[in-house]
Design a protein around this ligand. Structure first.
Ligand code: GAP
Length: 474
């Protein structure tokens, strides 16, 4: 019997999953045009990736679904697209110049570099960065070769560049490490131009950059990535309640796109591990082959950001509630997701290896099959069109079908190999429907539509195809 073999489906404990899945998924992503190592013909560049023709569709679909849920479906959230390079004082006000650091140690013998907090965590010790000046003995020995470690150095994760032709301290600008600050500094512009009343949110999708010490696990932790962030401005008295509400809403978003419940959980941050801006924080974690990992953070940022920007800019960012006469600095509840990380988790969640195959055709029997069972909204290619054979009489109806279907969604044409092989190829990239044009089409003006998940086939008139798929892709 066909058996689904997807460790990410299993209720396994962290770190106990089949570690094979990451190399297999990475290989599939490269072979099938999802994700390529960046700058590959020059030997690649560690932790940078390029999205190929299918990857860009997947990531765009994730971002579109997020925008739909966060902006189009809500009367109280609007969008923004702020600059990547911003006034350097913003990063002083935000605390990133001073606090956005990781503790770094190097091995004097094997020259490997580690995050000190990761070494301690791996030994079951809660890292307390305040005591790094007198590091515990677990931080003196290299975890790989036993060599002596250097002292802990704090390393700022922001990438710097220079504005203008002179490379000097006064011209330093930073590549933003989060999109959030672009929202805070536009709080007044957005509120006043749209005459918004509290509570309201501002959503943004855009690139962020971090000079991570230990990037890895494919696109999970990279130095250039995209964030999907929403900052919700509230009256301080409502902040705790709204924080809880956003936690649920964000968890439900992943579930609504088909992620399996058993692969998702919350992790509340303890007081000692909170980021410098956070009063409370909860991660939405996903069960990856490399353990439970953060996919999104929901943060109660109190009045940290707006107060600091008032202090550093000298502008009054307080909110005047005309109905009560109150004037106060709004609190902020943030939902912060990674578009690349979400795309990777949707890939992992959809990945299924079926030993022995699902099909009973002799040709493919006993072959292991890979299926990406994405939600239809996320699938890169929505429909594949095949002629049963390359015979010239099938070309015209095939073209007619393609003309009917193209324009609204990505459609792929494939005429190579047996129909069984073509189904396998589409299953492997998660295409929900395959349409076959055969010799009967010449008589009945109908085609066979095959469903990826049920593998059921039905005969549909070409003239009805548009409506048929309009219903399937609501
Ligand atoms: N504005 C708050 C903020 O940036 P964060 O927890 O540092 O919070 C939010 O980042 C999300 O951004 C993470 O949950 C993750 O999805 C994504 N992210 C952060 N660093 C990343 C990296 N190096 N590579 C890929 N995604 C990353």
């Amino acid at each position: 019997m066909a058996k689904a073999k997807n460790p990410a489906f299993a209720k396994a404990t962290a770190g106990k999953q089949d570690n094979d899945i990451m190399p297999k998924l990475t290989a599939l992503c490269k072979q099938r045009g999802f994700i390529f190592p960046s700058s590959e013909i020059y030997g690649g560049m560690n932790s940078f990736y390029d999205y190929g023709p299918l990857g860009v569709e997947l990531k765009n679909n994730v971002k579109r679904a997020w925008w739909q849920a966060m902006v189009y479906s809500r009367p109280d959230v609007v969008g923004l697209d702020s600059a990547i390079l911003m006034h350097p004082k913003i990063w002083e006000a935000s605390g990133h110049v001073q606090n956005f650091t990781d503790p770094l140690v190097d091995c004097k013998k094997c020259k490997k570099r580690f995050r000190a907090d990761n070494i301690l965590e791996a030994k079951g010790i809660k890292p307390d960065l305040g005591t790094m000046k007198n590091p515990p003995k677990e931080l003196q020995e290299c975890p790989e070769c036993g060599g002596e470690l250097t002292e802990v150095r704090m390393f700022n994760l922001m990438f710097k560049t220079f504005m203008g032709p002179v490379e000097e301290q006064a011209n330093i600008v930073y590549l933003r490490p989060e999109t959030a600050q672009g929202i805070y500094v536009n709080f007044l512009n957005v509120k006043d131009s749209l005459r918004l009343k509290l509570p309201f949110g501002i959503a943004q999708i855009g690139k962020a950059f971090r000079n991570e010490i230990t990037p890895g696990n494919f696109t999970f932790r990279t130095r250039e990535f995209e964030q999907m962030e929403m900052q919700y401005f509230v009256n301080p008295k409502d902040a705790d309640k709204i924080f809880e509400e956003w936690k649920e809403k964000r968890m439900n978003w992943y579930l609504s796109l088909g992620m399996k419940k058993e692969n998702l959980r919350f992790r509340e941050h303890e007081k000692t591990e909170l980021a410098h801006y956070a009063k409370k924080a909860a991660d939405i974690q996903y069960l990856t082959p490399f353990g439970w990992q953060e996919m999104e953070g929901i943060h109660h940022r109190s009045d940290w950001d707006l107060s600091r920007h008032m202090e550093y800019s000298g502008q009054d960012l307080r909110y005047a509630d005309l109905s009560t006469g109150e004037k106060f600095t709004p609190y902020i509840i943030e939902t912060s997701a990674g578009a690349d990380r979400a795309a990777l988790m949707f890939l992992l969640d959809a990945y299924q290896e079926i030993e022995g195959g699902r099909s009973t055709t002799t040709e493919s029997i006993k072959e292991s099959e890979t299926v990406l069972n994405f939600d239809k909204r996320l699938a890169p290619v929505k429909i594949a069109v095949f002629p049963l054979s390359k015979k010239p009489e099938l070309q015209k109806p095939c073209q007619e079908v393609l003309d009917f279907l193209r324009g609204e969604r990505l459609v792929q044409y494939d005429e190579t190999g047996s129909i069984g092989k073509r189904y396998r190829r589409q299953d492997e990239i998660g295409t929900p429907y395959c349409v076959t044009v055969d010799f009967e089409t010449l008589e009945d003006k109908a085609v066979t539509v095959r469903d990826r998940d049920s593998m059921k086939q039905e005969r549909i008139k070409i003239s009805e195809l548009k409506n048929y798929f309009a219903e399937k892709f609501v």
